[in-house]
Design a protein around this ligand. Structure first.
Ligand code: AOS
Ligand code: ZN
Ligand code: ZN
Length: 392
């Protein structure tokens, strides 16, 4: 039985998919060796939103922007409300609030897991401040990534550190409003090299289960050991109602933060297939990018990443579910694999070009951006100032 999804259904799903871009991807970034400053990068949160508006204008698929505190600090709660209005005037909304409990000297031995109660309190206050900011921006999600961990066996009591983590998470959870969520991100290693306090999806999931339904896991695609089957994790979290969203990026080695879909488009397809299969396009999961563009131009790199996620999604939507189910039930391994590969091998660029044209935008976002003159305009206008973000 062939049940290739109806093209209008596929188009409707593609039209509604929203990909959140991160404010920090518009700013300068680099490695531990060097930050290469690019001319024209934003100097303020508003300028980051100006750039994000270009990405949304050309793709029609990037309506929200994740903020990072303190890189996007506004000073007062009124400042955040004004920033939200500024975003709205540009057809955008403010997205997830990303906390930062990793860049102060105090956090050398950790933030909410630190052995010193005063440091733990400072970190907790920052997380609570982030929820205040969510109230002002109207954001739904608080994204928590902890750099906490240890470098040497015996350095700290790894069990007590879990207790400290649980205590902080519970306090923040209590503070969340009815429509707010807490997304817990895990990472195998870095900056800590012996133990991370949230190293894997299982640890994040265990904390989320204890906290309640407003706590969910976020999967950063660069945060696993090489060879990890990420799509299995996605499938399981969706099945358990605990997939809060993604930090998409791609990697060759570790947490490379390269453009999503650049290193392994097949993996991105396999992930998106599990998303489609598990109802993740409508489950409220956030499709965020978490990337740094160290050597390439930032805005077109973000446009390219959005397009790569869309292409993987389109291919996933084209999987012939009927034929796949039949082959699987018959135990026909090769036929089942062929169904999936057929969808992956489909050139979906013409389909996405049509979706864009039907939405009244240029079918070729990269070319449209190049023609727009924005790249030159920001180089001419944004002279001086301090760029914020990873390179600050
Ligand atoms: C760090 O490795 C993580 O991927 C984060 O999601 C981090 O919070 C983000 O890069 C912004 O702080
Ligand atoms: Zn991340
Ligand atoms: Zn990361």
């Amino acid at each position: 039985m062939t049940t290739r999804p109806d093209i209008s259904t596929v188009k409707a799903a593609l039209r509604t998919q929203a990909i959140e871009t991160p404010s920090w991807a518009y700013g300068n970034s680099g490695t531990r060796f060097k930050v290469f400053a690019q001319p024209g990068v934003p100097r303020t949160p508003r300028e980051k939103l100006d750039d994000a508006a270009r990405v949304h204008q050309h793709t029609g698929a990037a309506p929200t922007v994740a903020l990072h505190i303190p890189w996007d600090k506004c000073g007062s709660s009124g400042g955040y409300t004004e920033l939200a209005t500024y975003a709205e005037e540009r057809g955008l909304r403010l997205g997830a609030i990303n906390s930062n409990v990793f860049q102060d000297d105090d956090y050398k031995l950790g933030s909410v897991c630190n052995p010193d109660p005063a440091v733990r309190r400072k970190a907790l206050d920052h997380l609570l401040e982030c929820v205040d900011i969510m109230d002002a921006t109207g954001s739904r999600d608080l994204k928590l990534w902890f750099s906490d961990g240890t470098n040497y066996p015996g350095q700290d009591d790894i069990r007590a550190r879990q207790d400290r983590l649980g205590e902080a998470l519970a306090t923040v959870y209590e503070r969340l409003g009815d429509h707010q969520r807490m997304l817990i991100e895990y990472k195998l290693f870095e900056p800590a090299f012996y133990t991370m306090d949230v190293p894997d999806w299982g640890t994040a999931y265990a904390h989320c289960l204890k906290l309640g339904e407003k706590a969910q896991v976020v999967v950063d695609t660069g945060h696993h050991a090489p060879g990890t089957n990420i799509e299995f994790i996605v499938s399981l979290l969706l099945r358990e109602g605990k997939l809060g969203g993604f930090d998409f990026n791609s990697r060759f080695y570790a947490d490379d933060d390269l453009m999503a879909g650049a290193a392994d488009p097949f993996q991105l397809f396999r992930i998106m297939y599990e998303v489609v299969r598990g109802g993740g396009l409508d489950s409220g999961a956030a499709f965020m990018l978490d990337q740094c563009h160290n050597v390439e131009a930032k805005i077109p790199a973000i446009i390219r990443s959005v397009m790569n996620v869309q292409e993987a999604t389109a291919k996933a939507l084209l999987v012939d579910a009927g034929a796949l189910g039949e082959a699987q039930a018959a135990g026909d391994v090769l036929a089942a694999n062929a169904v999936l590969m057929d969808a992956y091998s489909t050139d979906v660029r013409p389909l996405l070009a049509e979706v864009r044209e039907e939405a009244g935008i240029d079918p070729d976002p990269m070319a449209a951006y190049r023609r727009s003159g924005w790249a030159q305009k920001i180089v001419d206008e944004r002279v001086g100032g301090t760029q914020s973000g990873w390179g600050a």
